[in-house]
Design a protein around this ligand. Structure first.
Ligand SMILES: O=C(O)CCC(=O)C(=O)O
Ligand SMILES: [Fe+2]
Length: 272
């Protein structure tokens, strides 16, 4: 594993329980529980992104659980789907990502540059786009798939730990971001809990709580509403999940740019 080495206790716990999500130790005391909004695209520009994603780029959508009733696609590959969850991670992610990146780069080059520069301005450190793995891409949920997605497990975005970066990661928490280009009529957002992986490890190790779900119930929960064209930036080590909103309609759409960042030698690398 790249990045900070887990201490012996953590390694033992990981081995004993095979619970990868509680195996991380980083400088989690520095994580802000806050989610920062970075407005990047106005209404007209956001609409243009929506048109590009649902128009010329439609043929590149990858079905991720399409039953005809629930529709979930991605535009672009993602480590959590094509690397961590794949039987062929090299084919699907390492080789597949450069292929999947091509149409995105071509159609949305200006968007990527604005996202890169916006994050760089916010965090005050150099930011680049991956030239190796998947570019930030789009989560596409249609109709009742939106409701189902909000029932997905709470998690930390730790998939970066398993990617073959080839270089040692700086020992800082990663970043994650989501920027909606269309949302359900009732809106959309992120559910988060003021919980870090270290909290979970500590409380579970000390026997105070049996598991992640119980730990989260002891902590403050918040819903961060998304705004179209505004990028919501947070540490991926804030416990979170796609936020639930009431009354999803069958004609609702939820399309979001999704990405993560890791820092290597002081430079952030945005990827998915
Ligand atoms: O779509 C969202 O609101 C969050 C998605 C998320 O947590 C992720 O992709 O890791
Ligand atoms: Fe996430």
């Amino acid at each position: 594993m790249s990045g900070s080495e887990p201490d012996a206790g953590l390694r033992r716990l990981r081995h004993a329980r095979e619970r990868r999500h509680i195996a991380f130790v980083g400088r989690t005391s520095e994580i802000s529980p806050l989610i920062k909004d970075i407005p990047l695209f106005d209404a007209k520009e956001t609409k243009a992104l929506y048109r590009a994603v649902t128009g010329p780029l439609r043929k590149h959508w990858i079905p991720r659980g399409t039953t005809g009733v629930t529709e979930f696609y991605s535009l672009g590959t993602a480590a959590y789907l094509d690397y961590c969850c794949s039987e062929n991670p090299i084919e699907d992610y390492v080789k597949g990502s450069p292929r999947a990146n091509k149409p995105l780069k071509k159609a949305l080059g200006a968007m990527y540059e604005r996202v890169r520069a916006g994050i760089e301005a916010e965090i005050g450190e150099p930011v680049t786009l991956t030239d190796r793995f998947a570019l930030p891409g789009f989560h596409i949920f249609l109709g009742q798939a939106i409701y189902r997605a909000s029932g997905a497990p709470v998690h930390f975005d730790q998939q970066y730990q398993y990617l073959p970066w080839g270089r040692k990661l700086d020992g800082v928490p990663p970043i994650s971001f989501t920027m909606p280009i269309v949302l359900p009529k009732a809106g959309g957002g992120l559910d988060s809990w003021n919980v870090t992986p270290n909290d979970v490890t500590r409380m579970v190790q000390l026997g105070m709580e049996p598991d992640l779900d119980k730990v989260k119930e002891t902590k403050f929960k918040s819903f961060h509403p998304y705004k179209l064209g505004t990028l919501a930036l947070h540490s991926g080590l804030l416990l979170h999940r796609l936020g639930r909103v009431p009354k999803i309609r069958d004609d609702d759409e939820r399309i979001t740019l999704q990405g993560h960042g890791v820092r290597i030698n002081g430079i952030w690398i945005l990827h998915w």
